[in-house]
Design a protein around this ligand. Structure first.
Ligand SMILES: [Zn+2]
Length: 454
């Protein structure tokens, strides 16, 4: 161990301890300070255990949570429950991961665990895994985020592509996203490329229904032909010119049944607490990883059937006579996914939409114009809230929805009371900085009202 590394760890740990004593969040700051001092500070860390990382635009947190639960149910090297280190709270930049590792490493920077399961921001994959040996990388999807409306998705993909050129570990790729699938060609020598997808489901469409990205062949530039779209640009595609596409997946979830929240794989039937086609793609990725690590399908079945991600990702809130399914939407794809669930639900329902324009959200909210509100099956009322409550109300009105059924309530507590004014089924959509305040407001309302009926 070099003395400088020892000092780095000592200093880093001291920062973590001080922040904790002060009751402050140590999730990012210590790593940021170390990074400022030395851009390669992550090299002080070492670990012998497998590192599994998840990246992509949407679904990183949920997928990482599922993997964490899966690996947690295994036995560790000492015969006890496996010790997993994970950044489930979503500190997914190099500084966040560095801060977390500081809390778990010894004074030599060594991390003792059975598995590291990490959610990693797309642009930070090359930085982090320059220093830590990655065993398995899962790539979920690439969508335009609220901040990158100028072709930055392509820049991100090229960054990961460059990193993968010399990577020989497991690569778990979404076969139905052409921009993800193309990464399977980054290193032709890598024999550990595994694709996953989901069988065509009843909501699949022949035409592109929502804004999408990967419509052109990444190999020759020809427009891709799609047999069907599952959602956005995710679907079965091929290139009519060079033949790219029609990938045979390693894992394909089948017999998708939204009525019973179930699907099948290799003759076994599975259930899940969350439904939604994009969630099933995440589960398919999780399944592929479970197969790579020879995890018994009964363990997978148990985790899929029981585990719920309660952090505003398809989270349920219930009062005596009403229930709300709340979902985070950082971009049009996220919002469209919740609207798909809402439209699949045959009964009447109300929608709460909370839109903020804080810096972390991107102050430009024009992405809401890419949300597809054209089908609004059985939506009897809409409540909008957040710092841009009026913008989202106007957006919904412009889709042809009756403005008399829209209530604008920028104050979140009042908006929570408003949406629960009537009983019945509700859906909630909130963007990045709005999701936690919305959850808090809904919880406060439910606590205040207890079991009372609306
Ligand atoms: Zn082509």
């Amino acid at each position: 161990m070099k003395p400088l590394n020892f000092l780095t760890v000592l200093f880093g740990k001291a920062m973590v301890k001080t922040l904790k004593l002060m009751g402050r969040d140590a999730g990012n700051f210590p790593g940021l300070v170390l990074w400022t001092l030395n851009k390669n500070y992550l090299k002080v860390f070492s670990c012998d255990c497998p590192i599994i990382a998840v990246t992509g635009t949407n679904g990183k947190t949920s997928t990482t949570n599922f993997l964490n639960n899966l690996f947690r149910s295994l036995k560790g090297k000492n015969g006890k429950k496996a010790k997993i280190i994970t950044n489930m709270q979503g500190n997914n930049l190099d500084t966040g991961i560095g801060s977390m590792l500081l809390q778990y490493c010894d004074m030599n920077g060594h991390i003792d665990a059975d598995y590291l399961v990490l959610e990693v921001d797309e642009s930070h994959v090359p930085v982090i895994f320059k220093h830590l040996k990655l065993e398995t990388l899962v790539v979920l999807n690439f969508f335009r985020d609220q901040l990158d409306r100028n072709g930055e998705v392509e820049t991100l993909i090229l960054k990961i592509h460059k990193f993968l050129k010399t990577y020989n570990g497991n690569l778990v790729l979404n076969a139905d996203d052409p921009n993800v699938a193309r990464l399977g060609y980054s290193n032709p020598k890598n024999k550990n490329v595994y694709y996953y997808n989901v069988e065509k489901y009843e909501g699949a469409t022949d035409e592109l229904y929502e804004a999408g990205e990967g419509r052109f062949c990444p190999k020759c530039g020809e427009e891709l032909a799609y047999d069907y779209y599952q959602y956005s640009h995710i679907g079965r595609f091929h290139c009519p010119k060079c033949g790219y596409g029609n990938i045979k997946p390693y894992v394909q979830l089948q017999s998708i049944d939204f009525e019973n929240n179930s699907f099948s794989f290799e003759g076994e039937s599975y259930t899940t607490k969350h439904m939604g086609i994009y969630h099933l793609y995440n589960l398919s990725a999780v399944y592929a990883v479970s197969k790579l690590y020879n995890i018994d399908h009964r363990v997978v079945k148990k985790v899929f059937g029981k585990f719920e991600v309660n952090n505003g990702r398809l989270e349920k809130f219930e009062t005596a006579n009403a229930s709300m399914l709340l979902n985070l939407a950082k971009n049009p794809v996220g919002a469209n996914m919740t609207l798909r669930l809402l439209n699949q639900d045959k009964g009447e329902k109300e929608l709460l939409f909370v839109l903020n324009d804080n810096i972390a959200d991107g102050t430009d909210v024009s992405w809401i114009w890419d949300i597809n509100f054209s089908i609004f099956n059985g939506v009897t009322r809409v409540v909008t809230s957040g710092t841009r409550a009026y913008d989202i109300a106007i957006r919904i009105k412009c889709s042809g929805y009756d403005p008399d059924r829209i209530t604008v309530q920028p104050d979140l507590d009042k908006a929570a009371a408003e949406i629960f004014k009537n009983g019945g089924t509700k859906y909630g959509i909130a963007n990045y900085t709005a999701i936690q305040p919305t959850r808090a407001a809904l919880k406060r309302y439910i606590e205040r009202k207890g079991g009372e009926k609306s």
